[in-house]
Design a protein around this ligand. Structure first.
Ligand code: AMP
Length: 194
């Protein structure tokens, strides 16, 4: 069994303006399933979220969705998942997704994606977990975030070593390569999420 068995993906509830983002999301889902890993995601059937989930399912993989009741109608809860966890709030959703995952991957997305990504980065900074975090800088979409992190460091609000908390990679293929060698998070760090 590989140490990283479940991968939580954060990505847009929209498909975005560049069709290459959807292509990359589908590719990621296919590669993830082929690598024998489970997908954990927000449970919706819209945007890049469903592109990844549908690709995992089409390639014979397992998908766990986690969605709050109030969002199930808005994001149209996906009906074909291996498991759909219904939770009470956005905070429960993020905690459950983080609990279920061994690693986190951000694809292009909007405010929700940014919120989810920054939260797991800050939780790692606080040593609440030690699970690897990857940002797929697909089409240089996340370049402004890299600049923002640089500005935070330059402004004296964080040390340069915050860049070790998260790994920016140019393509979805690079995530799969990195997952092969990524160590599992320490058991102690995993339990401190709650
Ligand atoms: P977005 O990137 O905004 O398209 O959203 C991606 C996912 O994040 C969707 O499942 C949204 O429901 C979710 N989301 C949106 N806003 C938030 C938020 N403030 N906190 C957590 N998740 C959110």
């Amino acid at each position: 069994m590989p140490p990283i068995q479940s991968v939580c993906v954060y990505c847009g509830s929209r498909a975005g303006a560049d069709p290459a983002h959807r292509t990359a999301a589908v590719r990621f889902g296919t590669l993830l399933a082929q690598s024998g890993r489970r997908l954990v995601y927000g449970g919706g059937s819209i945007g890049l979220m469903t592109a990844v989930a549908d690709a995992v399912l089409a390639a014979g993989g397992e998908v766990i969705g986690v969605i709050p009741g109030f969002l199930e109608r808005l994001e149209v809860g996906h009906k074909g998942l291996t498991e759909l966890h219904l939770v009470d709030s956005m905070h429960q959703r993020k905690l459950r997704m983080a609990d279920l995952a061994d690693a986190f991957v951000a694809l292009p997305g909007g405010l929700g994606t940014l919120d989810e990504l920054l939260e797991v980065i800050t939780w790692r900074q606080l040593r609440l977990h030690d699970k690897p975090i990857f940002v797929v800088n697909q089409g240089a979409y996340w370049q402004p975030l890299l600049h923002l992190l640089d500005a935070v460091i330059g402004g004296g609000f964080a040390d340069r070593d915050i860049m070790r908390l998260v790994t920016f990679v140019p393509s979805v293929e690079d995530v799969l390569t990195a997952l092969e060698t990524a160590p599992a998070a320490g058991a102690a760090a995993q339990t401190r999420l709650r």
